[in-house]
Write a protein that binds this ligand. Sequence first.
Ligand code: CP3
Length: 433
Amino acid sequence: MVTMTSTTPAPSLPADHPLVTGLTTEAPLLNQYRGGRDAAGNPAAPARQPVWFMRQAGRSLPEYRKLREGTTMLDSCLNPEMASEITLQPVRRHDVDAAIFFSDIVIPLRLAGVDVEIKPGVGPVLGSPVRTLEDVRALPELDEAAFAPIVEAVELTTSGLKDMAAEADRDWVTPLIGFAGAPFTLAAYMVEGKPSKEHLAVRTMMKANTETWNELAAWAARASGAFMRAQVMAGASAAQLFDSWAGSLSRADYLEYVAPFSQAALSHVADLGVPVIHFGTGTSQILDVMRAVVEFARIAPQEPVESGPSVLQAMGEALAAKEEGRTAHDPASLTTYPVLGVDYRMNLREAADQLGAGTNGRRTPLQGNIDPAMLFADAETLHQHVQAVLADGASAGGHVVNLGHGVPPETNPEVLTRVVEQIHSVETHPGQD
Ligand code: CP3
């Protein structure tokens, strides 16, 4: 069995990074992403059960709506003071255990010069959809210097989080999570040109124009990977890859057309030693592959990326090696902390059992999965639901509570604060050895 206890920060992180200085390493969030372990790799109970909410920054908060008045969504993301303040608002109000960087999956498109807007109440809309090989080849390459407002916003945020910890007299600083859209979800918006339910155009392109798909997905992998790396290098302590629409694919299509590109996107951060959370909705048919994408990100080539069975091969090799009692890959070449985000359609216990042990020989930490609909239920129903999520999450190798998808804009923020209090009041345990 492969055991990985070393948690020495990767040398590629800057010396003042919160994971290197140790400001965030013992935060409850990172304890659970490491499977209930301290930074040295020893089983340790977290100071409290960690919780954060996807879309915690946003329209459910009156302070957000006030600040956003008169500024478009993407302009507010590119204004470092505003993006940083919006990121901090939910941490201040709810005392959640992570700040999720206020930005959007289409920000790398905007920074590359693609004509994209976020229409209120609709979502990302492109001036002209990307449909042909010529369209793909005309996409501008992202220049790293374009990330300057992102880097500045992350720096302001981590410094704000440090101040908040000092004010609260806490010995850990709330970690910032950086994120990006996975190539498939990003490409779905680019090909459709707007939000869609069925993702027909992008799924047609994959099979009918595979060359076009390969080039587009490779472009999206570079854009997403660079966006995530910029956030982590600037101070984020974890990275989440959102493949929100991956659940609309069959297992075979995900393996062939999507997994290699998500793996390539993650290879941009795989050397940094940060936990990587992989999230999608309706993903019960591909959960193990989504974990393999993270586990094997480090062995994926960033360039050139070609559609192919790399993840499948790696999984097959790992399985054969496990059966023969040997190690398929140098553990140091694998991503140390894979975490899976599970939506409300799948019970966490079932997800944990279905996944079993990962390449590191341990059960995988899970993040999720309060049903957002329960935020509108009476207090007792919500309380019981949260208790059930906690009980099911205890069967995973680490549990960070979250919603099964984003906070609905109509949510009463006081309900979220109450949920956080409930979760923080439960007893915590060290991870299993
Ligand atoms: O609090 C957070 O979670 C951090 C910020 C964040 C936003 N978008 C801000 C946002 C994150 C992590 C995202 C990711 C994102 N963006 C995803 C993946 C996550 C998911 O929800 O599945 C996707 C698919 C997008 C694309 C996108 N951007 C959509 C579908 C929408 C919703 C459109 C609408 O108005 O309902 C957006 C806009 C958006 N992104 C808002 C916010 C706060 C709402 C904009 C507003 O306030 O007007």
